[in-house]
Unconditional design. Structure first.
Length: 318
């Protein structure tokens, strides 16, 4: 009984950390699925460590007699994780650790077992369109679209979980830290170099390389839409005469705090307390419901916040 209570208390205490880890694992799974089910079977490179793996695998798989993409991803991720530990910081390396392990692990599982071959077979090989021949370009476009969608979702979940997809992200952070090159720019340039290298190095793969660009753009759009939607924070101003009840709810139920400001009505000249707090999208819905129950005459102003730094939100980094 005591052990059950201890475990329950551990889950409650570390609820947020566990949620973040699970999001990173789920994101890594979906990212690996998009790569193994669509990009690799269709031979479409959209950048990243998997793109490097596909280029190297093209030249060595016949002589080695085995797939090589996941081995390259494992190797690059581990090397860059070690570099991140020493040059980017221990905290960044810790946040990257989950995806560094789980993404290549899921990729290996999917590539070396028949776990998802039915997906690529159904969408990319056995369709009546392919049997008729002559619609190879449509096959590639479908692969690029499905890959972009799934990879974008996977990366977004990882970001929402406070992690990183590992791999080349380390290089982007290093370039920003030491050369002040924005991560969006370095990411675009490096992915473009990988795609161009694939187009030049692998004969007959110019069109798949263009599809890779489309896939990367779809992925970027998905990340922008999903990450911003799931990671939206608000600054809420609540003008109420029942600020004590509202503040008790914020502190005791939400386990958060707020700022109390003196306010005076311009017309009525009445004194009020303005309760100001920063909340997530989900927490705001709870506050809104509770506010109706506490004070129906309260006045609320809600502001979208581009970024909130500090305890309970995004960590302040040096």
């Amino acid at each position: 009984m005591a052990s059950n209570n201890t475990f329950k208390n551990f889950l409650i205490k570390h609820k947020k950390e566990i949620k973040h880890i699970l999001l990173c694992i789920a994101g890594s799974f979906i990212l690996a699925f998009g790569t193994a089910a669509f990009l690799i079977p269709a031979e479409v490179v959209a950048g990243g460590t998997s793109g490097i793996g596909m280029i190297i695998s093209y030249f060595v798989k016949d002589s080695l007699g085995t797939r090589f993409e996941d081995i390259v991803v494992w190797s690059i991720n581990i090397v860059l994780l070690i570099i991140a530990f020493f040059f980017v910081g221990k905290r960044f390396a810790a946040h990257t650790l989950v995806s560094t392990i789980f993404f290549p692990a899921f990729l290996t599982l999917m590539l070396r077992t028949p776990m998802i071959t039915w997906v690529s077979d159904y969408f990319l090989k056995n369709s009546i369109y392919w049997e008729q021949g002559g619609l190879q370009s449509l096959r590639l476009i479908l692969a690029g679209i499905f890959a972009g969608l799934t990879i974008g979702i996977g990366v977004s979940l990882t970001f929402v979980g406070g992690g990183s997809t590992g791999g080349l992200d380390v290089i982007y952070f290093l370039l920003y830290k030491y050369c002040k090159i924005k991560q969006s720019i370095s990411s675009f340039v490096l992915d473009a170099v990988i795609i161009l290298a694939y187009a030049l190095a692998v004969p007959g793969h110019v069109i798949p390389s263009f599809v890779g660009v489309v896939s990367a753009l779809i992925s970027a759009v998905m990340i922008e839409v999903i990450y911003i939607r799931l990671n939206t924070n608000y600054v809420v101003d609540i003008l109420t005469t029942k600020y004590n009840e509202m503040n008790d709810f914020i502190i005791k139920d939400l386990k958060m705090t707020s700022t109390l400001l003196e306010a005076t009505g311009a017309y009525s000249k009445k004194k009020f307390k303005l309760v100001r707090l920063a909340v997530s999208r989900r927490e705001y819905q709870e506050i809104k419901k509770q506010l109706i129950a506490i004070d129906q005459n309260a006045f609320i102003s809600v502001f979208d916040s581009k970024q909130i730094l500090g305890k309970g939100f995004t960590e302040i980094k040096k």
